[in-house]
Design a protein around this ligand. Sequence first.
Ligand code: NAD
Length: 263
Amino acid sequence: MSKVHTNRSVVVTGSTSGIGLGIARAFAREGANVTLNGLGDAAAISALQAGIADEFGVKVRYSAADMTRPHDIAAMVDEAAAAFGGVDILVNNAGIQHVSPVDEFPLEKWEAILAINLSSVFHATRAAVPHMKSKRWGRIINIASAHGLVASPFKSAYVAAKHGAVGFTKSVALELAEQGITVNAICPGYVFTPLVEKQIDDQARVHGIPRENVIRDIILAPQPNKRFAEIDEVAAMALYLASDSAQGVTGTALPIDGGWTAR
Ligand code: NAD
């Protein structure tokens, strides 16, 4: 039986780790050819690339495009289109975090978070849309955050960027609604990945409390179900949004947050 995404071309930004890697693997499992992207050790990334290709029998490329560099981002998309006959599905996932009081927020961290978490979504979308328009089919999936819908203190840049990504999602969804292209955001609460692991230490420093208290009293405090979301749960929603069954779902910001944003 043919798999759901056989021969589709998928670009997943920030897919050398965490949620992006989980999403890339999920699309590969469903038969898609994948363009990986992200930072990391070159040998480890080559092994990852070969491993996914072997495990799922699909083609896997890697782009080292830096999500702070618009030219790199456009080249990543165009090269993926040339290699795999288009870019059918774009998952804008790359992201970083920095936790700091606003009056001490390092300028370079503000610039980096806005560039990687928000502007790269624009640059990749801008480059991918012509490829999707030519097929009158496309899926753009932006990994935003519960912090795209509500705020927490000490995360001004992240919250600003993620709210921006949700707004961008809605605007572009309206623009492309008649062209067979859907644009949606997924808004996870806390998912246990290297990004969260680092935040535990940062929050412990800012609040002056031990790691275990950060997990219980800060990280999972707003998440009513008191559990981290799993990477596979985010990947499953991405697969759904990319499916033909989801052709009528566009312009949404779908939480996977254990009820956090229902408050
Ligand atoms: P992660 O740190 O495991 O992965 C981040 C990925 O982005 C890595 O592959 C990294 O190499 C890549 N990246 C970072 N800077 C880059 C750059 N300049 N150019 C190219 N790639 C770059 O983090 P994660 O938790 O998997 O986060 C993935 C996305 O999910 C992010 O957008 C994050 O904001 C969002 N998110 C995460 C959580 C969570 O709890 N983990 C919750 C909500 C939203």
